[in-house]
Design a protein around this ligand. Structure first.
Ligand code: ADP
Length: 255
């Protein structure tokens, strides 16, 4: 399998604050990876490294077969819900069109691209509504559509279901389930107990006491008794006591 993201012995510090110490892991193309960890553990920092917004102080970050910086045009980012001025008069379609403009060139066929992104994120019915009139859950799907408008190979979502009601969460996970396979998906969550049942790889940041902050791959098992409102109704329980060795490559990797 081709590798979408590979960290090899990656270290990173903000001046005096050491965040990562020789972290290694990898995610195959088309996989759904959950990055879990307590607040302040370094999840956002891992995202910044993946998106080429920070550079490691040691080791190597590879994204889509090259540097994180080179991969940027192929990475779609769904932020936590940004503060938003409700009087700013844009429609849903305008917001999604910004995703096409993000690549700086408005491609021919942009309207078709926007329509397809609206459809894939399950928000076509909202296209002509004012963005300000939407619920938090609807806005989040619109931001997914905006990210999809650049036709990314890798989609990164930061805490996608924070403050979302169960119905919206279900719809969002259905959208992600349909993208999985053709798009690599990385979701960050501070919920260290459960992940979506779409998850192929659980990467836990900074949970190994005494060895500096590394990233440990855990397995997850179907959680029969998970609260039904979690992760689109189906969740896996993270087995923190089972660590899977991940030196950045595995026998399934094709080079
Ligand atoms: P998380 O996303 O898991 O909450 P972060 O990656 O934001 O964690 O932060 C990891 C650690 O780095 C925290 O201790 C945080 O205080 C620190 N940190 C984050 N950003 C900066 C920065 N720009 N300068 C200094 N320290 C930072």
């Amino acid at each position: 399998m081709k590798v979408a993201i590979r960290f090899l012995d990656v270290s990173f510090s903000y001046e005096q604050v050491s965040v990562l110490d020789k972290a290694s892991f990898h995610v195959h193309e088309g996989e759904f990876a959950a990055i879990v960890g307590q607040n302040g553990s370094g999840k956002t920092t891992v995202l910044k490294l993946i998106m080429g917004l920070e550079r490691p102080s040691g080791g190597q970050v590879e994204v889509l077969g090259g540097s994180a910086y080179a991969a940027r045009p192929h990475v779609g980012y769904v932020p936590q819900l940004p503060a938003y001025d409700p009087s700013f008069p844009v429609s849903v379609r305008d917001v999604v069109r910004m995703g096409v403009l993000h690549g700086l060139t408005e491609k021919r066929g942009a309207r078709a691209t926007v329509d397809r992104a609206l459809e894939r994120a399950d928000v076509s019915d909202l296209a002509d509504r004012p963005y300000a009139a939407l619920s938090g859950g609807q806005r989040r799907r619109v931001l997914v559509a905006r990210a999809l408008a650049s036709e990314p190979r890798l989609l990164v979502l930061d805490e996608p279901t924070a403050n979302m009601d169960a119905a919206s969460e279900n719809r969002l996970y259905k959208v992600l389930g349909e993208l999985k396979g053709s798009t690599t998906i990385v979701v960050v969550t501070h919920d260290t107990g459960f992940v979506s049942d779409l998850t192929d790889a659980v990467l836990c940041v900074g949970d190994r006491a005494g060895t500096g902050r590394s990233i440990v791959r855990h397995t997850a098992e179907p959680a029969e008794h998970a609260p039904p409102e979690l992760y689109g109704g189906k969740a896996k329980r993270v087995l923190h006591d089972v660590s899977v060795p991940d030196p950045g490559r595995c026998k399934e990797c094709s080079e």
